[in-house]
Every structure is written in C-alpha cells, then in structure tokens.
Design a protein around this ligand. Structure first.
Ligand code: FAD
Length: 510
C-alpha cells in the first residue's frame, strides 16, 4: 500500500481531513489537480463551530490551527440569515468563539496546506485523479501515469466530483433558478458598516468588509426565476468590472467607488446532496457531497464538520477498534452527516426564496421574517444555532439529555479548556461528580477528566470530534460504563489492568 487513505482534492475539506487523519497516525496522501494553492476565495465566513474544531488541532510551535487563522481574519459577533437586516447575535452561546471570522478561503487553505507540509504530508499539486477501482481489501487509484494503492479513498473533490461519479453515487436535488453576482473588489466609497440592501424593484446587494477589501454579492430581478439552461448560460459568461459597475448603479444608484476587482464570478442556487456518503471503501465529504446557494456562509463550514466527523471514525476503523455503532450503525459517518446535508439544503432553499423573490410578495416575506427575528429571541437563537453550527444536533433518543448529540459547551476539564483536551484517538469522559467517582472508567480509549459542577449533568461522554455522545443527569456508573463500551468497543479498563499507571492514547493526539 502507498497510503492508508488517499484524499482527492486539496481544497479546504480535503486538507482538514488529511490533517486530522495524520494526527491520528494514519499515513495519508493528498492529490490536487491545480498546480498550486489557489489565489481566489469562494468562502469568506468561518463559523464558530469551525473555530472550535480548529482549536482542537495542534500545529507547529505549540500553536493550534485556530491561533493561525485568527490573526488573518476579522471578528464579528453577529451573523445574518438570508441577508436580512436584523442580525443574529452569537454572544449567547457557550463557546470560546462567539463570533464569525471573515477570512478569505485562500488564506484558510494556505494555513492548512502549510500545516500539512510541516507534518510531512505535502499536498501533491498538479496531480489529477481520473479513476479508481476497489475490491474488498483496497482501492486502486489512477493519478496521471501512476497507480496508487490505498485502503480508503476520500473524495473531497468539489461539486463536480470525479470520485462521486466514478463510485456511482447519485446527486439528486433541485435545478438552479437564479444566478447572482459575487466579487472581491476595492471600493473607494464603501458603506460605513457591513451592508445589505434589498429592493423588490431594483435588486439586492450585500457588501462585507474583508481583511483585504470588500466582498460583494447580490442579484437583479432579471437574474431570478430562470430555467436551468438560462442559469448555466449566465454562469458560463464571465463577469467583468464594468458590467458589475453598471449592475450596482442600477440596483443601488451608486457603484460605491468600485475601483478594481480581484475575483468576479456568479453563484447559483442549485441544491443537491449525495444519496450515499460511503460506497465500500470510498467516502465523500464537502462540496462533493452537498451544494446549495452560498447563503449564510455555511458550505465550507459544513464541509469541515464532515471532515471532523469522518476522520476519527475512519482512523478507528483503520486501527481496528471501531464498533459497529460508528462504522455502519446509527452513529456512522453517513447516518450522521447525510441528514445534516438535507437540513442544509432546506435552510438554504428557504433563504433562496427570501433572497430571490423580487415581487411585492417576496418583499412581504422578507419584512415579516426580519420582524420575527427581531421580536422572537428564540427564533433568532435557533437560526444562529444552525448557521453557526453550534446547535447542529445528531439524532438522539426521544428522552435524550439536552446536551446529547450537540457540540460540547465550553467546559473546563482538569483546569484546561475542553477543546485542548480532545484527542482523535480517544473519548473524553467529563466527570462532574464531587468525588470523581468515574475515574475507574479510564481506558486506552477513554480519558476521564474532572469537570466543575454544573446543574443537571453528572457525566458527559465527549467524542473525539467534540460532540456529546451522551450525558447523564445522575452518575449511574453501570449505565455510563455500558455506554462507554458501546462507543469505544469494550477496551480493558485501566483499573482492570495489572499495571495501575496512567493510560496512554492509542496514537498521537491531535
Ligand atoms: C460565491 C461563494 C461564496 C461562498 N461563501 C461561503 C462562506 O462564506 N462560508 C462557507 O462556509 N462556504 C461558502 N461557500 C461554499 C464554499 O466555498 C465551499 O463549500 C467550499 O469550497 C467546499 O470545499 P471543498 O474542499 O469541499 O471543495 P472545493 O473548494 O471545490 O475543493 C475541491 C478541490 O478538489 C480539486 N479537484 C477536483 N477534482 C479533482 C481531481 N479529479 N483530482 C484532484 N483534485 C481535484 C479542485 O481543484 C479543488 O481544489 C461559498 C461558495 C461560493 C461559490
């Protein structure tokens, strides 16, 4: 075998997947067809949940990935739904990162690629994967003139994924109906604050300040209500600075001092997701698995959570201890992530209805939704929870504890931030009991850490990706022990072993 895992695509999702697998001690190779890192950025919004994931990954010089991206971005403590003027506050969540970070995707990719290179996993640029074949033992991947053998293949090769097509995985969904403009520009007369304008007569434009200039996106009424063929024709027609200037003047009565542009493109509301996330030894992640209107800054962030969900489970499978629960059971990669793509499609289609309906009825929908967001705190918190990723929940039992299935809140464990305690090779059992009675449940796959008392929780089993597998209101040691075994595959307890020394992680930690 040339590698245990081959990742196809050196975009952000492929890069994070490779970084996490490498941190689990898995030999991994990354093939990227572009000849070098991209200069252009589709995404600019990094959500709090991504920052939490980045905080769990150690990089060079004692830093974590989050320490490398924070100085490159601009922090804003609120976000939006469907570019509505009433914004969603992020301050009410229990997170160390209650803000979005505006950071160009190209910078995020550079940070991840450098991190990988420093770990001895250079991205192999200029190498296009054209096909693969698989049997029960391996996948044989064709990369140019070379064939590479691997145990698993991850297709993180974007919306038009070669891996998805070659694996025969369907990509059902809705055809595009609208084609808006998007661009990174220099403005000499920008609005003072981040700005969202919407008129049912002239169109919409949003302007967000980025670390290096401004991001514009919007559309005119004539850009919506199109056939799929019309959308594709528009998408394939390059957008120039002068065309954009004329569009801005028609919509807003000003070009905001548009001086130059570094990237101009058109975005559509085509909404699809893979009908399977796994075919034998092949997985899909990121845009290869889901596409939608770029509304609310979600696609990249959801892709990063795909990477976080897949990596520890695949590492466990490769290390030979993964229980059926996480391989093909209710907590498998596909069982957990495919429903998230369905919800993502729903929420972005709903945003699309609000953003692309240029009629008085659309204006009324927009005004009413904005008013509800302003007046109903529960609604704005719910929307903020989805978009930020902080309240995206995996399936749980009807009588589940309120923490079950959610990203763990910002906890201090043994005096350290929870995110710094996560390890890709083992679970973390947070022990909230005053007498630390869960210590005996420590094992090579489960670290036990003391947590400060918290109403309604005695214990929480936290997965390597930082989600709560299960929490308990009472310290029912027998039930906790059985649940730990279900998730961790019945390892011998530290307390059952002849030596009483502290347990070591399976492999190197994140
Ligand atoms: C205008 C716009 C704005 C957006 N804004 C946001 C935002 O603010 N926040 C957000 O979360 N999301 C946003 N998104 C979505 C986000 O950009 C994508 O979700 C993200 O790029 C997905 O990352 P990925 O790694 O899955 O795929 P990609 O970024 O598409 O990367 C795939 C990589 O695979 C490579 N590749 C493809 N085929 C092969 C092959 N056969 N062999 C080798 N390499 C291959 C490609 O060259 C590419 O580098 C936006 C999207 C658009 C269009």
């Amino acid at each position: 075998m040339n590698a245990d895992v081959v990742v196809v695509g050196g975009g952000p999702v492929g890069l994070l997947t490779a970084a996490l697998l490498h941190s689990a001690g898995i030999p991994v190779r990354v093939f990227e067809r572009n000849t070098g890192p991209t200069e252009y950025s589709k995404a600019i919004t990094m959500q709090p949940r991504t920052l939490e994931t980045f905080a769990s990954v150690r990089s060079e010089g004692g830093k974590r990935l989050v320490d490398l991206v924070l100085p490159l971005g601009r922090q804003v403590p609120r976000t939006h739904f469907a570019t509505l003027p009433n914004l969603l506050e992020l301050g009410g969540f229990e997170t160390a990162y209650p803000f979005v970070l505006f950071i160009p995707q190209a910078d995020t990719e550079r940070v991840l690629a450098r991190h990988l290179a420093a770990q001895g996993v250079p991205v192999e640029y200029g190498r296009e994967v054209t096909s693969f074949g698989q049997d029960a033992e391996r996948v044989v991947v064709t990369v140019g003139e070379e064939t590479v053998e691997t145990r698993y293949l991850v297709g993180a090769d974007g919306a038009h994924s070669t891996v998805r097509k070659a694996a025969g995985i369907g990509f059902p969904g809705t055809e595009p109906t609208a084609a808006g403009f998007v661009g990174d520009v220099e403005l000499t007369a920008p609005p003072e604050h981040d700005f969202h304008l919407w008129s049912h007569e002239t169109g919409s434009v949003s302007i967000i300040r980025t670390p290096s200039g401004h991001r514009l996106f919007g559309m005119e009424p004539g850009d919506a209500g199109l056939t799929a063929q019309e959308v594709r024709a528009r998408r394939d027609r390059p957008l120039g600075t002068e065309e954009l200037r004329a569009t801005l003047v028609r919509i807003a009565g000003t070009d905001f001092g548009l001086r130059s542009s570094s990237w101009l493109s058109r975005s559509t509301d085509s909404t699809r997701h893979a009908d399977r996330y796994r075919a034998g030894r092949v997985f899909l992640a990121g845009d290869a698995a889901h596409v939608h209107l770029p509304a609310g800054g979600q696609g990249l962030n959801v892709g990063f959570q795909d990477a976080a969900n897949l990596s520890w489970k695949l590492a466990a499978e490769l290390h030979g201890w993964a229980p059926s629960l996480i391989v093909d059971g209710p907590a498998s990669y596909q069982a957990e992530r495919l429903p998230i793509a369905e919800k993502l499609g729903e929420n972005t289609l709903a945003q699309s209805a609000i953003m692309t309906t240029f009629t008085p009825a659309g204006a009324a929908l927009r005004a009413m939704t904005a008013e509800l967001i302003a007046r109903v705190p529960g609604l704005s918190a719910e929307l903020a929870g989805w978009v930020s990723g902080l309240k995206v929940r995996y399936a749980v039992a009807a009588d589940a504890h309120p923490l079950d299935g959610l990203p763990a809140p910002d906890l201090v464990l043994d005096g350290e931030n929870l995110l710094h305690r996560l390890e890709i090779g083992r679970y973390l059992l947070a022990d909230f009991t005053p007498d630390g009675r869960l210590a005996a449940l420590a094992s090579p796959r489960v670290a036990v850490a003391r947590a400060e008392r918290r109403p309604g929780v005695s214990a929480a089993l936290i997965r390597p990706d930082g989600y709560v597998a299960r929490a308990w209101p009472e310290p029912d040691v027998a039930d906790i022990s059985a649940t730990v075994d279900e998730w961790a595959g019945t390892p011998a307890r530290t307390s059952d072993r002849p030596s009483t020394g502290t347990s070591a992680p399976m492999r190197s930690s994140q």
